[in-house]
Each structure stands twice: as structure tokens, then as C-alpha cells.
Design a protein around this ligand. Structure first.
Ligand SMILES: Cc1cc2nc3c(=O)[nH]c(=O)nc-3n(C[C@H](O)[C@H](O)[C@H](O)COP(=O)(O)O)c2cc1C
Length: 242
């Protein structure tokens, strides 16, 4: 009997060496506070959630990272798939002035300078977005984003310690309070977002996508009630949603 490898049922494969591994994750607009007390916004998408924690993968030289490490506070604002105008306005901008004079030996900073990044101080004005005061942290929320999570930094991990190319950090933040637009809430449910109404923006290999306008199938995982997971979130989150 031939091995499975020989079967005609195996799809044709080949190996590739991708320069990026952005398989598709939601876009997050992170707001942080600058040293002059103004607010910075950065689009990013190396983000995932577990319990009430979010892991953020960020370049160490980003103004967002510098602000987050200093103040320990941010807001994770989730744009809907109709907000490409704002995300593209913020793309290839940085709140770090150092970009203007970056030298060839300055890694990601120089990469940004060479790849058309612009220094923008007033990101809210630049992207025509509206700041809203947060309840528990200093950085402003973004009014136009249907979901906004006030969060604080609880952990830092330097990525790629085994490699020559360093400069990327994984930051664990704890969600303290979640705000959502009425139109994405589930009817009759106090604490739930309706996935049939929520239209996240997805970044896949640098391109912007939305999700299909319908569930692709019933989900076996979704047979577990959402409240069963509440034990993995902390008291602050329970307080926030009531
Ligand atoms: C859709 C999108 C997704 C991005 N994802 C990330 C990311 O996950 N991590 C990251 O470090 N930069 C990401 N970037 C690039 C940052 O926006 C960029 O580094 C920016 O200069 C950061 O701004 P700041 O320096 O003002 O913080 C992304 C950009 C766009 C437009």
C-alpha cells in the first residue's frame, strides 16, 4: 500500500519562504498618550485576545510602544470594515519624529524612512477621527470605532531573542472597560456583541478585507455559552460591562 504522501487526494504542495506571515488578523487602532499629553494613534494587526487579555506585537521604535511602556495605558479601538479611509490615512505615518533623521544602521527606523513613512503629530486630525474621553485611562477613545477597549499594560516580552534582527516586542494588556456602539450589541443580551452585526476589518498580507456578510457554517465551539468563559476574565471586566 502506498503512503498517504503518494495519494492523489493530497493537494499539490510546494514550500515557500514568505517574507511576511500576515495570514489575516483584525486591525486595531491603538491610542496612547504622547509625552506632551497629546494622543497618538497607530494602526496594527498583530493582535489576539485570550480571556480579558490582548497580546500586541509591536516594533520597539514605534511611538505607540514608547508611550505604552512609559504610561502603561492604551485604548484598543477596533475599526469596522467601512473605515478604510481612516486606516489608510494612518498607514505609513509615525508619531516618532526620529524617523526624519534615521540613519542606515538604524534598522526599522531607517526602513520606515526609506519606505515613505511620514511624521505626523496630530493623528486624530490627520485621519479625521474624533477623540472621546476614556473612563479609566488617559488615552482617548476613537468615537468612530464600534468597539473601544480601555486597557493597561501587564506584561512585556522581547521577541526574536534568538535572532540577529531584534526590535519587536509582545505586550500583554488587560482590558479594563469595553465600550461598543449600540448597533453591534446582541438584542436582549446585556453583555454580548452580535457577530452578525460586527464587521471587523481584517489585514491579510498587507491588504484590507472584511468578513463575508454571513456565517459560513454553524460553529461547534459556539455551543459553549459565552458566559462560561467569564471565569477567565477578571472582576474589572465584569464591572465594566454591567
Ligand atoms: C493595517 C496595518 C497593520 C499594521 N500592523 C502592525 C503590527 O501589527 N505591528 C507593528 O509594529 N506595526 C504595524 N503596522 C505599522 C505601524 O502602523 C507603524 O509602525 C506605525 O509607524 C506606528 O506608529 P507610531 O510610531 O506612531 O506608533 C501596521 C500598519 C497598518 C496600516
Amino acid at each position: 500500500m502506498g503512503s498517504i504522501q503518494d495519494s492523489e487526494l493530497v493537494p499539490k504542495h510546494s514550500t515557500i519562504s514568505p517574507a511576511i506571515f500576515y495570514w489575516g488578523t483584525p486591525v486595531v487602532l491603538i491610542t496612547t498618550e504622547n509625552p506632551d499629553l497629546s494622543f497618538n494613534i497607530a494602526p496594527m494587526s498583530s493582535a489576539w485576545w485570550l480571556g480579558n487579555r490582548c497580546m500586541l506585537g509591536l516594533g520597539a521604535i514605534s511611538q505607540t510602544t514608547i508611550n505604552l511602556l512609559r504610561t502603561k495605558q492604551c485604548v484598543l479601538n477596533l475599526p469596522s470594515d467601512s473605515m478604510t479611509g481612516a486606516v489608510n490615512a494612518l498607514a505609513r505615518t509615525t508619531g516618532s519624529e526620529e524617523i526624519l533623521t534615521a540613519k542606515p544602521d538604524e534598522g526599522y527606523k531607517y526602513f520606515k524612512r526609506m519606505n515613505g513613512y511620514a511624521y505626523v503629530h496630530d493623528k486624530f486630525g490627520h485621519a479625521k477621527l474624533t477623540p472621546l474621553k476614556s473612563d479609566l485611562v488617559r488615552p482617548a477613545r476613537i468615537m468612530e470605532c464600534p468597539a473601544q477597549m480601555e486597557a493597561e499594560l501587564v506584561g512585556v516580552y522581547e521577541m526574536m531573542q534568538d535572532a540577529d534582527t531584534k526590535g519587536f516586542i509582545a505586550l500583554e494588556v488587560k482590558v479594563l472597560r469595553t465600550h461598543v456602539h449600540e448597533e453591534i450589541r446582541m438584542d436582549g443580551k446585556e453583555n454580548r456583541v452580535d457577530p452578525d452585526k460586527w464587521r471587523p476589518m481584517i489585514m491579510s498580507f498587507q491588504e484590507l478585507y472584511g468578513l463575508k456578510w454571513r456565517k459560513i457554517d454553524d460553529s461547534v465551539l459556539a455551543r459553549i455559552g459565552e458566559e462560561e468563559y467569564r471565569g477567565f476574565s477578571n472582576a474589572a471586566e465584569v464591572e465594566a460591562v454591567n
